[in-house]
Write a protein that binds this ligand. Structure first.
Ligand code: HEC
Length: 109
């Protein structure tokens, strides 16, 4: 019985770690991206739901660090997004945060 509750406690510990990561993504979003991107509605830039349905993690990371070349590669005629010098942790947190808005029906696209 005691062993079992330790195992359960460990499970919950793992879960809260995962949630902390999601929280980081949200924090990066609110700090750097919120002025131009919203989660589900198009703002100055495309919504995270739209981005998640058409890009993978590498493309998202590339756009954040080098929007000048990547927006061209994506076919935009303007380049209105500034580059961000994020840490490796922030990059991975914000990419998974964006990808978490991927619409379920478009899975595997
Ligand atoms: C000053 C406004 C602005 C800010 C701040 C901004 N973006 Fe953007 N973003 C844009 C615009 C506008 C586009 C559309 C491409 C263009 O015109 O350059 C875009 C495009 C993108 C794309 C590619 C969209 C596609 O075609 O799939 C990604 C990914 C992205 N932004 C992520 C981010 C993230 C992550 C942050 C925060 C770290 C951020 N942006 C902050 C304006 C902004």
């Amino acid at each position: 019985m005691i062993k079992r509750s330790i195992a359960i406690a460990l499970c919950f510990g793992g879960l809260s770690l995962l949630q902390a990561e999601g929280g980081d993504g949200k924090r990066v979003f609110e700090t750097y991206c919120w002025g131009c991107h919203h989660q589900s509605a198009e703002a100055f830039g495309p919504s995270f739901a739209q981005i998640a349905s058409q890009r993978n993690e590498d493309q998202i990371r590339a756009m954040i660090t080098d929007p000048a070349s990547v927006s061209k590669a994506f076919g935009y005629s303007r380049n209105a997004m500034p580059p961000f010098a994020l840490t490796e942790n922030e990059l991975s947190a914000i990419s998974s945060y964006i990808l978490s808005f991927k619409p379920k029906s478009k899975e595997g696209n």
